[in-house]
Write a protein that binds this ligand. Structure first.
Ligand SMILES: [Zn+2]
Length: 444
């Protein structure tokens, strides 16, 4: 039998880039390899077709009276360019300085395969699992999981579960077991401002017509108060306030002090909604961000022109109980109200996802903390995450179950970037975590 690491290396060698249609065969081959591995471990496994990449679903024999645990992961990966910035081949994994270097090492093959190995070991050593297990591995996470929600809806009974476990989030610091119980939601849009029928000479016409680039700058500036608060009317109406125990708890979490944020970001100073620490701002407060802005001449030297149109892309990170559709409506109304005269404003809605929060002190939450304590031999910290994983809220809506976010990713894992890596120690801890988790959940 190949070593744990050798097996992970086999999985990492598949260039399963979901966004690249030329890689569709590799994505499918990767799914096939995982399906075969699940069978080798004694699970009942199959490939399920979707409109694009297949979903692997594996189960043990479910028995009456045991809790049903669904473990989710994704076997697709991000593209690897720019290739020249990698120190080694992204699809030929190597261990260097105690880390595994390869695309997908952390996001997400290393993390879900640690779970699968934990399951395989329990099957071999204990003759079975202490819970009913359903393992879902999808191949479209990196492109927004377009076919997963329909798949869940079509297989609601087959996938019914009591609790879900996902290792696809971060650890606050090396060796510090971290459980997430919240995620921010998201709402995106693009704004196109149009003025004159064509680009105009800024000398012949400047001063007499509205300039769309100025209008976009004004609209963008109107999104915030000078102190950093979001100025969209009604934006904070549904925001659930931070609770005292969360603020107390987060103040003690290592690696997320304001000074750490300053260092990690390389920013000159922190800036944001007053009255909150950086961790609170990113985990539990909503934001408006400008992701891109443009219009007019961008080439060398000057070109004296009034652009016919200009644009900006905005994203809003949302917290419970904000609703993305409601926020987008408020944003539209705000932009219309603040549109300067002489231009038209078109708002094009983009992708969105609802925020997520669960009770970390539920019986399953406590069981997961027990498992983290055992796997890392240290008290776990409880956090929310600033990022968005819309599928987690879909799980709750379709399957009616909460998700335990048991991340094994470090801040410098370089996910989505060149030189992605995963510490061997985290891989091994992930295997221990899975075994402890299934035992703890069985007793919860
Ligand atoms: Zn990713």
């Amino acid at each position: 039998m190949a070593s744990d690491l050798d097996q992970l290396f086999e999985l990492l060698r598949f260039p399963s880039i979901s966004t690249d249609s030329r890689r569709a065969g590799d994505v499918r081959a990767c799914a096939g390899w995982l399906d075969a591995k699940c069978r080798e471990f004694g699970l009942d496994s199959g490939l399920h077709e979707t409109a694009m990449h297949p979903v692997v679903v594996a189960r043990n024999e479910h028995r009456e009276g045991l809790p049903t645990v669904l473990i989710y992961g994704h076997y697709d990966v991000q593209p690897v360019d720019p290739l020249e910035l990698w120190d080694s081949d992204p699809f030929e994994p190597v261990v260097r300085d105690g880390r595994i270097w390869a695309r997908g090492a952390t996001d997400n093959k290393g993390q879900h395969f640690a779970h699968l190995l934990g399951v395989g070991k329990a099957m071999a050593e204990d003759g079975g699992l202490p819970v009913n297990l359903t393992l879902i591995l999808e191949g479209e996470e990196e492109i927004g999981s377009p076919n997963l929600r329909p798949f869940l809806e079509q297989n609601r009974d087959f996938l019914a579960c009591d609790v879900i476990a996902v290792s696809d989030t971060g650890m606050v610091a090396p060796g510090v077991p971290t459980m997430g119980y919240g995620l921010r939601g998201i709402a995106c849009c693009e704004v196109v401002v149009r003025g004159p029928a064509r680009d105009l000479h800024s000398g012949l016409f400047g001063g007499a017509v509205a300039n769309p680039a100025t209008a976009v700058a004004r609209l963008t500036a109107s999104l915030h108060e000078p102190d950093g608060r979001v100025a969209v009317e009604g934006f904070y109406d549904d925001v659930r306030p931070l609770e005292a125990w969360e603020r107390e708890m987060w103040a003690k979490v290592p690696g997320v002090a304001d000074g750490d944020f300053l260092e990690v970001t390389g920013s000159l100073a922190l800036f944001g909604e007053p009255g909150y620490t950086a961790a609170e701002q990113t985990w539990a407060r909503p934001t408006a961000e400008v992701n891109g802005i443009g219009g007019g001449y961008q080439g060398e030297g000057s070109k004296t022109v009034i652009p016919a149109q200009a644009m900006a892309k905005y994203s809003f990170r949302l917290v419970p109980d904000q609703d993305p559709a409601d926020i987008m409506q408020k944003v539209r109304r705000h932009l219309e109200r603040h549109a300067p005269p002489g231009v038209t404003v078109e708002v094009i809605g983009g992708h969105d996802g609802r925020p997520y929060i669960a009770d970390p002190h539920s019986r399953f939450g406590k069981a997961a903390q027990g498992a983290l304590r055992k796997a890392f031999d240290r008290e776990p910290v409880l956090i929310r995450e600033g990022g968005s994983i819309p599928i987690i809220e879909d799980f709750r809506e379709v399957l009616g179950a909460d998700t335990l976010l048991l991340g094994l990713a470090l801040a410098d894992a370089q996910i989505h970037s060149p030189n992605e890596n995963f510490p061997v120690a985290n891989f091994e801890a992930g295997i221990r975590l899975n075994r402890a988790l299934l035992r703890e959940l069985a007793g919860a």
